[in-house]
Ligand binder design. Sequence first.
Ligand code: SF4
Length: 244
Amino acid sequence: MILDEIEISLTEIPGHITACVFFCGCSFTCPYCHNPELREFGYSGTDTEDMVDRVVQKLGEAKEDGVTAAMFTGGDPLFSVSADSFITTLINALKADNFELELWVSTASLHKARKIAHNNLISGFMLDIKTLMDCACLAGPFHLIQRTSHLKSILTSESKIEIRTTVARSLHDSVVIVAMARQLADLGIKKWTIQGFRPKNCLNAAFNDMPQFTLKELQYFQSLAQDFIETVELRPNLMEKEGG
Ligand code: SF4
């Protein structure tokens, strides 16, 4: 359920040194997924019984090294049937440490995230929206159109929510970006982060050879989306490929 290692990030939560805690299991099959091993449920050898204690202990040690925030990410941290109660237990156990706590959420898990949001358990959510709300090409049965009531409900809570979309050729173009921006604006979304996919260790090996969008192309998407959404941020994630 949980990967037995924690990664430190200086960029995941702006203004914080963040410990990323990785959860296993995910119902999506994003071809650009660069953590395909995390999609498998039960990847870790850790049993559930002592998981909370282990994470609390690891984050306690990280805090002594200057870590001020924790991000539960994956995979999909809310994928398993009992994930929301496990995460609630974990969050309560971490309360004394005063961490800024954020949770990565997929559209498949919005109903569980909604409960967590309204219990004021977490500072913020990072919601990964793959493509158009009514398109099932990446999200299988979990496209957002069926989940908008949960998203609207989270937007009324006190938790911050960041909407992020990973873009890749063959999946996104200017028409898709404009249509997504319209849909997000209609939901009342005021900030959207567009990030480039990383062509490395991809679930679909063909994506390892797929050129990333250039900075100029991403900036064009940004300018199109800004006609609908107040703040559109870019995370280009540009990589230099060997020999190229
Ligand atoms: S990118 Fe994320 S949501 Fe997509 S398959 Fe990988 S872990 Fe799942």
